[in-house]
Write a protein that binds this ligand. Sequence first.
Ligand code: NAP
Length: 274
Amino acid sequence: MKKRKVIGFVGTGNMGEALIAGLLKAKFTTPDQVMAFDADGERLRFIQKKYRVKKASDNNYLSSQCDPLILCVKPQSVKEVIEEMADSLDPSKLLISIAAGVPLYAIETYARKQLRLIRVMPNINVLVQEGASAIASGNLATDEDLKLAKAIFDCVGRSITIHEPLMDAVTGLSGSGPAYVFLVIEALTDAGVYLGMTRAQALTLVTQTVLGSVKLLSDTGEHPVLLREKVTSPGGTTAAGLYKLEEGGLRKIFIDAVIAATQKSKELGDKLKQ
Ligand SMILES: NC(=O)c1ccc[n+]([C@@H]2O[C@H](COP(=O)([O-])OP(=O)(O)OC[C@H]3O[C@@H](n4cnc5c(N)ncnc54)[C@H](OP(=O)(O)O)[C@@H]3O)[C@@H](O)[C@H]2O)c1
């Protein structure tokens, strides 16, 4: 079997740590095949100690030792980091960026050269290895690169591959999605409180209802429409509740919300062109 190369993490904040933790937990790689650098030295020492991974002295050393490199810094740091690393980057190694809203062409512009790039938009649920990630290939990335990126992000949830122009829509749907779900949970909890339950009682019932519904959907593989019909008896309580949700325009409001978030993501990306 071909020996796997060392995976390099540029930035070990929330997302970098979640990815390292997920890869090790899934036994996708071993700690000695992971190297990281973070501008925050204390944070880097913490990660090195907690996961027993290797520590690089700077981003250029990291780049010289690792393939692939996974860029996990904030979007506003990407320009500075890529400019700093430009000399050690070339198409012989794969660079995977998870920076939200940063298009692949921007990374090549900062590096002033073409690179083998993959862009991934994960979501916060990677923190519990249940993330939803969308993966888009750059022009020079190979099928093997795409397979590797998918294998990495499947260690922290589930992933799909898409074309880069759909990344704004991914941001609006699954990137922002956890916030929509939390708001729905809050709203249902408020309903329980309105009807006399304590907040803790209502939150327990709502959280378990959401968790159980997702598990039922995922375990049975049935379409959500069929599952909804199963709990909707003619003339019953659920039908009465669903009528109110439709009357309030629930479907339209969710579609509008995702369109608005997608538009905002596009606007933020357009600012990088200026
Ligand atoms: N959080 C999410 O839900 C989510 C979802 C999708 C995508 N993303 C993307 O994931 C990326 C990381 O987000 P995060 O939440 O993990 O951010 P974070 O917690 O702030 O982590 C970024 C880390 O990178 C370090 N850093 C800054 N400059 C650096 C440099 N030159 N070299 C190496 N490390 C450097 C930061 O150190 P300092 O603190 O000292 O600056 C920090 O420890 C972002 O681009 C974000 O858009 C996040």
